[in-house]
Ligand binder design. Sequence first.
Ligand code: GSH
Length: 222
Amino acid sequence: MIVLHHCVSARSLRPLWMLEELGLPYELRMLPFPPRVHARPYLDLNPLGTVPLLEDGATRMTESAAMCQYLAARHSPDGLDVQADEPAFGAYLNWLHMSDATLTFPQTLVLRYTHFEPPERLQPQVAADYARWFLARLRAVDVAVQKDEHLCAGRFTAADVAVGYALVLARHLGLDAQFPPAVAAYWQRLQARPAFQRALRVEREAALDQQVDPTPSPDLRL
Ligand SMILES: N[C@@H](CCC(=O)N[C@@H](CS)C(=O)NCC(=O)O)C(=O)O
């Protein structure tokens, strides 16, 4: 049984959404945010204290985009995965890596310097600069979804889940109003997916069941 350690609406939503797309059985272990402060024993499992952590037998992973690729390759080789002999393989890997290294990265600075730091350490200028950086980087997504319904391979893949989470986070940061029209339409299509909606429902119900605050972690004020 796959075990996913998760905080509500954190990057661990990527593998949770993938598990729902794939219809796999899994156990969802909810953590208060940030686990490194509020769930110290979790550090024994993941010394970084970050979510997600995915356990699948002897496999342990802590990178959300890699989990998307892992789950797709193992459980949906001709569907959510793009295989090495397909023309879109390179583009697929590029989107997967771009999702966190290029898209989510500047957003975490916005989050930190508008929400998570104590009032005297908030940095509105840093937050504004990195919000602009994120929106500029979103141009790659804009160009792709002007041409096609999905990012690559002419079908919905793990890359759409990984990049889709950057749009989820943008919504929490109030940046979605600045999406260009093609990105806004793509974002609507992603939100309409039953598996995406199930993932949001499941994380909320699991948080309530496990007595964890169901507030999405990007909306918390630490
Ligand atoms: N690159 C990692 C980043 C993981 C990460 O930083 N997760 C955040 C939540 S979105 C976290 O756990 N933050 C808590 C902390 O840094 O203590 C991934 O994509 O999974």
